[in-house]
Design a protein around this ligand. Structure first.
Ligand code: ADP
Ligand code: MG
Length: 374
């Protein structure tokens, strides 16, 4: 019998402000989808090929776009799907510690080449109390105050990773706790490559599923809570969005590396899933002005994106030049080392958004880091 995966999916219908529920079927054999309206008990979308839907994005809690609708996968639709896709998928917390926060691109590249998916990300600076809270299991250890001091000494990046055996996969990738031991025993590991010593050791990884659940709740609380604040400074800044297509192609790490290598300071970083209404609002100024407006909205709301605050005098102007002309084809001719020349595909999937007018830099940064992360 043909493989068929089934999910319960929710879609917020913006004009009606209604939550609609569908059963979503995915047939890997020919990459086709089918949707069934749960309330009205009828076929909503006949089986249709839809190659943009990546099977690796079909997991609980994720948002996928099917014909411009952003669907939230809230449950498995049948036992077969739960058994086949759900068995070994885990979530874990990865924390990039202050010693390597400027090399976060390097770490993300290693994560994406090990089949772990980044499903949440946030740069934050922990207070002494928050860091002590996070490491409460070590409070009686002699190194506790050193450790808390270090963890609260600068920005960190918290990541939710998802994948097969994510807890042990990420810890293996990190390597032994002490960086010098890591250099000897696991020279290819993240700590072996980027670590300094026993305290400054690049990252943290949850050591069990229970710890992962607690630590994810600490940084990314479920309903209601807010968690540690983002690090946006809201001055001398411009906004960069690594677009959903680039995130799903695994380019986030490479793009962050290019941005840092060009000397730009990333003062805030956070992953957002922008729904259609918010994408329309964010791009409002382009409506009726640029013909690509509808495709820009569709791209921005098609999956998670990574939003950055770039900080520096004249950041808007110089960062815009670094991104290159909006069309990657033109970028490749005129500015072959620009971000869009290197990572863009076409006019809508052009790897990054950057603020166009210097006076809009702060507004765009506020839209994400103050309003959407409010
Ligand atoms: P891991 O981070 O590999 O899970 P532990 O949970 O044992 O390691 O320790 C938490 C963190 O405390 C380590 O990542 C490291 O930063 C720090 N640490 C651990 N052991 C020592 C030590 N003996 N001296 C100083 N710092 C330590
Ligand atoms: Mg530990």
């Amino acid at each position: 019998m043909e493989d068929r995966f089934s999910f319960l999916a929710e879609w917020l219908d913006p004009p009606a402000a209604l939550l609609r529920r569908y059963q979503l079927f995915y047939y890997p054999k020919d990459s086709s989808v089918e949707m069934f309206d749960v309330k009205n008990q009828r076929v909503f979308l006949r089986r249709t090929r839809y190659e943009q839907l990546q099977p690796e994005n079909l997991f609980l809690g994720n948002r996928v776009t099917v014909f411009s609708r952003q669907l939230h996968l809230v449950d498995y639709g049948d036992q077969y799907t739960a058994n086949k896709l759900g068995s070994r998928k885990e979530r874990t917390l990865a924390l990039i510690k202050p010693d390597v926060v400027t090399q976060v691109g390097d770490v993300l590249e290693r994560i994406s080449s090990s089949n772990l998916l980044v499903t949440k990300a946030k740069m934050t600076t922990l207070s002494w109390t928050q860091a002590a809270d996070f490491y409460v299991e070590h409070q009686s250890k002699p190194f506790f105050s050193n450790l808390v001091q270090f963890l609260s000494s600068g920005p960190v990046v918290a990541l939710e990773l998802m994948g097969d055996e994510a807890v042990s996969t990420w810890r293996r990738l990190l390597g032994p706790t002490d960086s010098s031991a890591a250099r000897k025993e696991a020279p290819q590991s993240v700590r072996g490559q980027l670590g300094t010593d026993g305290v400054k050791n690049v990252g943290h990884g949850s050591d069990s599923l229970a710890a992962a659940a607690r630590e994810l709740e600490f940084f990314f609380p479920s309903a209601g809570g807010h968690g540690p604040s983002n690090t946006a400074v809201f001055s001398d800044c411009t906004c960069c969005i690594i677009k959903p297509h680039a995130v799903s192609e695994g380019l986030t790490g490479k793009i962050l590396n290019s941005i840092s290598a060009a000397g730009f300071q990333i003062s805030a970083l956070q992953m957002f899933s922008v729904d259609r209404a918010n994408a329309e609002e964010f791009y409002e100024v382009y409506k009726g002005v640029v013909p690509e407006y509808p495709t820009m909205v569709t791209e921005l709301s098609s999956g998670p994106c990574m939003v950055l605050e770039i900080h520096g005098t004249d950041a808007a102007q110089s960062f815009r030049e670094f991104c290159g002309p909006a069309d990657p084809e033109i970028s490749r001719h005129l500015r072959p080392t620009s971000l869009r020349a290197l990572y863009g595909r076409d006019a809508a999937k052009n790897a990054v958004h950057c603020t166009d007018l210097p006076e809009d830099g702060l507004l765009e940064v506020q839209y994400f880091f103050r309003i959407l992360d409010g």
